[in-house]
Write a protein that binds this ligand. Structure first.
Ligand code: ADP
Ligand code: MG
Length: 323
């Protein structure tokens, strides 16, 4: 596959949560240690992501909105070695085509920052401005110019739920970054950014989820598994609290899910699922992260090896609990 094909396979901006994911990933790529995400009306009328990351140079700021303008790759080989989250260079371009965007940004080296206002891809303002180091992107009135797509958005509550779910997962995966989520006037959660997985689970998902968790801490053949799983008695009616990270990246993985659930065999009633926050570290050459450009899906060279590693480590935690 050539670079253009991989890039073209990128996801489209279809709802607020996809915008917020792109903005949040840009902030993480910019090495921010503190990020605030604010939404109103499920993100339909207002999204703001503020970070204290590297910022964009004033000269380059307008360019960041051009399609395939990315500072992150220059060759197809880079795609395989890529460690940043965004790499298609199309998120900001896609977002500003369908909303009113304001970007305020400043690098540590420059005396002044830059403010850019773009509506429906038209640059309305590009001026110097005083501001702190870092970047703030505000997105208003999603699909104001595409009423047909506005109709496909769900209720405020349902869009909010999607946003909270996604920001929660990312906040858990990036436990060293302070992430603050605000819905309207209310703080949904704020993490401390101290890298403590358990603290983060409590801060994000609440004490109720935290109280019945058992620590997982296993190692072998280049694999390390850390995190928490629920006692069988604290299982959940759905899988929405099963979160898997591989080498620092959130993934959906049937293989990991199977390994987890196999460990609970006979311990769970039908229709109940374990809660799990699992962080797997493994040799990078044993997996392919480019199955999908957003890298949510990954492929392991040896599915059985991964499934069995998860199963045996989780099983030994459950057996210790029974003993
Ligand atoms: P990509 O992330 O795929 O490169 P984007 O459209 O998301 O493409 O962003 C375009 C460029 O804008 C990035 O490559 C980066 O240089 C810059 N950029 C975007 N958001 C930020 C941010 N929060 N902090 C610093 N730079 C940013
Ligand atoms: Mg990006």
């Amino acid at each position: 596959k050539n670079i253009a094909d991989k890039i073209a396979a990128g996801e489209v901006i279809d709802r607020p949560v996809s915008i917020i994911k792109e903005l949040l990933e840009n902030s993480l790529d910019a090495d921010a240690s503190n990020i605030t995400v604010e939404i109103k009306n499920g993100g339909k009328s207002y999204i703001r992501v503020t970070d204290n990351g590297c910022g964009i140079d004033g000269q380059q700021a307008e360019l960041a909105f051009m399609r395939h303008a990315t500072s992150k790759i220059s060759s197809a080989e880079d795609l395989d070695a890529i460690h940043t989250l965004g790499f298609r260079g199309e998120a900001l371009a896609s977002i500003c085509a369908v909303s009113r965007v304001e970007l305020i940004t400043k690098t540590a080296d420059s005396k002044t920052g830059r403010k850019i206002v773009i509506e429906g891809s038209q640059v309305l303002e590009n001026t110097a401005i005083g501001c702190p180091d870092g970047t703030t992107v505000t997105v208003r009135d999603l699909f104001y110019n595409v009423p047909a797509r506005q109709k496909f958005l769900s209720s405020d509550n349902s869009e909010t739920r999607r946003v909270v779910d996604m920001v929660s997962r990312i906040s858990l995966a990036y436990g060293n970054v302070k992430i603050n989520l605000i819905n309207g006037e209310r703080t949904v959660f704020a993490t401390r950014g101290n890298g403590n997985i358990f603290n983060n689970i409590i801060n994000i998902y609440g004490n109720n989820v935290g109280k019945d968790l058992l620590p997982v801490d296993g190692e072998g053949r280049g694999f390390i598994l850390k995190g928490f799983v629920s006692a069988p008695s604290a299982s959940a009616p759905s899988r929405n609290k099963q979160i898997f990270c591989v080498n620092g990246r959130i993934v959906t993985s049937k293989v990991m899910e199977n390994g987890l659930e196999a460990a609970y065999k006979e311990k769970l009633f039908h229709g109940r699922f374990p809660v799990a926050f699992l962080f797997l570290s493994m040799p990078a050459e044993k997996l392919d992260v480019n199955v999908h450009p957003t890298k949510k899906e990954i492929r392991f060279d040896d599915d059985f090896e991964v499934e069995d590693f998860i199963k045996s480590n989780v099983r030994s935690v459950l057996m210790k609990k029974d003993a």
